[in-house]
Design a protein around this ligand. Structure first.
Ligand SMILES: [Zn+2]
Length: 339
């Protein structure tokens, strides 16, 4: 259906997404345009694998801000998926500056060949780098206040994904790896339209998984041992989510996030932060989009705060109002722009 309705062929777009170009002229470029930070690759810093690239991050005043490690290529002994973490966190008390890394599992090209990636992979790179920016800009005294809660931490990362499709950023990195030609407009249009494909299903399975998580973790400690399937069926029925064609994203028996992954009673955080980030992006759009003034405001009021304030206070200080769910629905193509 995706191919029939949107006619998006991955092999047509991939030549425009070369890994190192996406990183330097897309991900790092967007951060430079928004926050004034700059990056210089370091070849004298030890790495745990020769594929890892290290960049020194300089602040808008030219001073050292952080180190960034990009470990994007797949290896046989590497855990799957993509994630952000830190070797060293920022702390005024300890006098430390951040050392942050992004990991992915993009296919390693043959020697001399370019690493061509999908637009999903491009989005993931912007996502993980949004976490990295949150780490770079942390400006707090105590290490214990550096990490954000589950229902806030995906706000900066999902927010950063928007810049992948910003016209200025996109034109800067999405160039044919052979010819340097920009991506033809019809192809760009297809990518934009395909982003709204099947979002009713995607939202349904996320809500079902979030409800299932919450109901398991709302059981009191005194509750008897449950029949897993019966509990799951009842939990979904109770919230009107027992829709046979849209099962929860993860069934109870393999829902790793909520048992050992640290998301117990927190899986809703993905959706909650989508509401926050889409609304925040609406603020950016209303105020001129990709500008240093907007970036500095977001950095000062959101990204630098860590866990040092209540999150609703952080959001209201940035936006001047409570978050609104409508921009998230519009972003998914589930609501029109008009009120
Ligand atoms: Zn994330």
């Amino acid at each position: 259906m995706r191919k029939a309705r949107f006619d998006l062929d991955e092999s047509q777009v991939k030549p425009y997404f070369e890994l190192n170009t996406v990183l330097e002229k897309g991900v790092l470029y967007a951060a430079n345009q928004l926050y004034g930070v700059s990056f210089k690759e370091c070849h004298d810093i030890p790495v745990y694998n020769p594929d890892v690239r290290v960049f020194e991050v300089f602040d808008r005043d030219g001073k050292h801000l952080a180190l960034f490690y990009g470990d994007y290529l797949k290896r046989d002994n590497k855990q799957g998926g993509a994630w952000n973490s830190s070797f060293v966190g920022q702390s005024q008390l300890l006098g430390t500056t951040p050392v942050i890394y992004n990991v992915a599992n993009l296919p390693k090209p043959a020697p001399g060949q370019p690493a061509l990636i999908s637009f999903d992979d491009v989005t993931t790179m912007f996502h993980e780098f949004g976490h990295a920016l949150h780490g770079f800009f942390s400006n707090i005294a105590y290490p214990s206040l550096g990490a954000s809660a589950r229902d806030f931490v995906e706000f900066p990362s999902q927010f950063n994904e928007h810049w992948a499709l910003d016209p200025k950023v996109f034109a800067h990195y999405a160039v044919n790896y052979k010819t340097g030609a920009p991506m033809p407009a019809p192809l760009v249009g297809k990518i934009r339209r395909a982003a709204k494909f099947n979002q009713g299903y995607a939202l349904g399975e996320l809500i079902a998984a979030a409800e299932l998580d919450m109901q398991w973790h709302a059981l009191p400690a005194s509750a008897p041992k449950q029949d897993v399937d019966a509990f799951e069926t009842a939990a979904l029925a109770k919230t009107g989510l027992d829709v046979v064609h849209v099962p929860p994203r993860y069934r109870t028996s393999y829902f790793q996030h909520i048992w050992s992954g640290g998301y117990a009673a927190g899986y809703y955080g993905y959706l909650w932060t989508q509401m926050l980030e889409n609304d925040a992006f609406t603020w950016f759009t209303a105020h001129g989009g990709l500008t240093r003034a907007n970036g500095d405001r977001f950095r000062n009021l959101v990204l630098s705060r860590g866990h040092s304030q209540d999150y609703d206070t952080i959001f209201r200080n940035f936006y001047g109002k409570d978050p609104d769910i409508r921009p998230m629905l519009e972003d998914r193509g589930l609501a029109s722009g008009a009120n």
